[in-house]
Ligand binder design. Structure first.
Ligand code: FAS
Ligand code: PHB
Length: 392
């Protein structure tokens, strides 16, 4: 079966769904092809902190109402180290900006509902998605669904299919440059229906490793501890996890920790990765398809949103203002913001984690960094403006 649309979006994660919604509101027709089921996509537990810019784009997309009603607005974040805790006043130091704690699962759910309400098409369980002729102005996408092969002709393909998708993999090696740093540890994460340890997030630097106390609501918490890369989830009972988390927190937080059965437990590897450029003819890479950051800076999902913002602006000019040059702008604009977030995520990760080869010097540098950060208005301002999100 053959048909034609203006844009084919590969992937129905937050990037693909948000782009689809913004294009729809601009009168641009897009079909989304997703290889998993909607429930599978919703089952992935990922990000938890939204920058103000992300919340603004969700509102522009008509998918921000529940986030406004249920999201927790945070004006600060806490750093725990050397047995003490220091609050970074994000709102004061950033000149009035805040972050919103609202899980990526809920963002995805809201975007799915908005897309369904708009009557836009998402093909779930689309198999063997393949892209053709994207270096021409007549790209095509083929896929199979329910045993039938389909072909869609289009003007533009948006690769929103994440780090392991086919978009970046479809680009000839000679046309793409990738840079990567793989960190020598992972994050073991637990989701549980227990009240948060404190009102705001706590990032902890401890001699035994990093820990993070986050949340999804006032009754659901998300915890992480740094772990070895070869760790196995099955080696970590809930009790063992909570004991180690308690060990890495300051006394007040450790005493406030309420434990409960884990609803989800998983290990995520940490890497910094960027593919350049982010455009290949009529194929545009978006979000995790183009870049990955360690979650320490809470940037992954937020970077996907700024990519979508830039691509929507370019496609709106291309389709509605007949501005052919608009497509040239995407990669440059997106990468400028991506690299600043990659830097910040690397810096937060370097400051907060235990590195096997850091040695005594590296340890003292971390301590000096934290001491400077918590004693200097200028250093605090720098962390705050990056954490709440640099301007689009
Ligand atoms: P996604 O990976 O979310 O979505 C891509 C979609 O494309 C998926 O639904 C996939 O099924 C689909 N797809 C893939 N290949 C396909 C194909 N061939 N055909 C069709 N569809 C295909 N970010 C944070 O800010 N904070 C965090 O704490 C955090 N934790 C994370 C933990 C893990 C384990 C991972 C993997 C990421 C985490 N991230 C975190 C980053 C994460 O939130 C991403 O930035 C975010 O999901 C990016 O969204 P997308 O670009 O839409 O990619
Ligand atoms: C989360 O709540 O999942 C979360 C919050 C902040 C981070 C990383 C993850 O930096």
């Amino acid at each position: 079966m053959s048909r034609r649309v203006q844009v084919v979006i590969i992937g129905a994660g937050p990037s693909g769904l948000l782009l689809g919604q913004l294009l729809h509101l601009s009168g641009i027709e897009a079909v989304i092809l997703e290889r998993q089921t909607a429930d599978y996509v919703l089952g992935r537990i990922r990000a938890g902190v939204l920058e103000q810019g992300t919340v603004d784009v969700l509102n522009r997309a008509g998918a921000g109402a529940r986030c406004a009603a249920e999201g927790l607005v945070h004006s600060g974040v806490e750093l725990a180290f050397d047995g003490r805790r220091h609050r970074i006043d994000l709102e004061r130091l950033s000149g009035g900006k805040t972050v919103t704690v609202y899980g990526q699962t809920e963002v995805t759910r809201d975007l799915m509902q908005a897309r369904s309400a708009a009557g836009c098409e998402t093909v779930y369980q689309a198999d063997d998605v393949a892209m053709h002729d994207f270096d021409s102005d007549m790209p095509r996408v083929t896929y199979t669904h329910a045993g039938q092969t389909h072909e869609i002709s289009c003007d533009v393909i948006a690769g929103c299919d994440g780090f392991h998708g086919i978009s970046r993999a479809s680009v000839p090696e000679r046309s793409i440059t990738t840079v990567e740093r793989v960190y020598p540890f992972g994050w073991l994460g637990v989701l549980a229906d227990v009240p948060p340890v404190s009102e705001e997030l706590i990032y902890a630097n401890h001699p035994d490793g990093f820990a993070l106390c986050s949340m999804r609501s006032r009754s659901r918490s998300r915890f992480y501890i740094q772990c070895e890369l070869d760790e196995k989830v099955e080696n970590w009972s809930d009790n063992r996890f909570y004991d180690e988390l308690r060990n890495r927190l300051d006394t007040r937080a450790a005493e406030a920790l309420v434990t409960g059965p884990s609803l989800e437990k998983s290990i995520a590897p940490l890497r910094s990765f960027v593919a350049e450029p982010m455009r290949f003819g009529r194929l545009f890479l978006v979000g995790d398809a183009a870049h990955i950051v360690p979650p320490t800076g809470a940037k992954g999902l937020n970077l996907a949103v700024s990519d979508v913002h830039y691509l929507h602006e370019c496609l709106n000019a291309f389709f509605n203002d007949r501005d052919g040059a608009a497509l040239e702008d995407y990669s440059r604009r997106a990468l400028a913001r991506v690299w600043k977030a990659v830097r910040f995520s690397w810096w937060m990760t370097s400051m907060m984690h235990r590195f096997p080869d850091n040695g005594a010097f590296g340890q003292r540098i971390q301590e000096a960094e934290l001491d400077y950060l918590t004693g200097s208005e200028a250093a605090g301002r720098s962390l705050a403006e990056n954490y709440v999100g640099l301007p689009f």
